[in-house]
Design a protein around this ligand. Structure first.
Ligand SMILES: [Zn+2]
Length: 177
């Protein structure tokens, strides 16, 4: 079933801004609860940062997420990464509008494990959603319940992290704004 990933503009702006301002790429997940074909994104969780083709997820942050998925099985995710200003400067304008060959290889592997897998690329100028079923991403103003949901998820992740004695307060990248 083709899905529509509904991104609140503030999450879209934040990740687009990271792509536009940072030399490093960042990666992470966009958490959502699916309602038929609609997938409203409720939380942005950055899991790692790094140079081009070296961006990798921090195992500690992934461990917290995995624990969260166990406790909240209805929560689904879109993985994402950025092609940053640094990537485009060093590797070429092509990467402002396309996945890399390495990205495509990684996604093929993920799709063969899980046909429902979704991956969103953010560049300073464009978003590209990769899916097996022609899913789309759209940006809207946040809906009424968004901030409440976002706070609840943030609180749950922080509690899990505390219990695991993992510090998730420090982002893997310098925070902008
Ligand atoms: Zn990439």
């Amino acid at each position: 079933m083709a899905r529509t990933i509904v991104l609140p503009y503030e999450i879209n702006d934040k990740v687009t801004n990271l792509a536009a301002k940072l030399q490093e790429e960042v990666c992470g997940v966009l958490l959502y609860t699916q309602h038929q074909e609609l997938c409203p994104v409720e939380y942005l969780f950055i899991t790692g940062a790094g140079k081009v083709n070296q961006v990798s997820t921090l195992p500690t942050r992934l461990a917290v997420l995995n624990e969260f998925y166990k406790l909240v099985p209805a929560m689904k995710y879109v993985e994402f990464h950025t092609h940053s200003a640094g990537t485009i400067r060093d590797c070429g304008e092509y990467y402002a509008r396309n996945f890399s060959g390495q990205d495509q290889q990684m996604m093929l592997e993920r799709f063969s494990d899980d046909p429902a897998y979704l991956h969103l690329l953010f560049t300073p100028v464009k978003k590209i959603l990769a899916s097996c079923d022609d899913s789309q991403a759209t940006v809207i103003k946040a809906w009424s319940n968004y901030r409440k949901r976002s706070r609840e998820i943030g609180t749950a992740l922080n509690l899990i992290a505390q219990e695991m004695e993992i510090d998730i307060s420090q982002l893997p990248v310098m925070q902008i704004r």
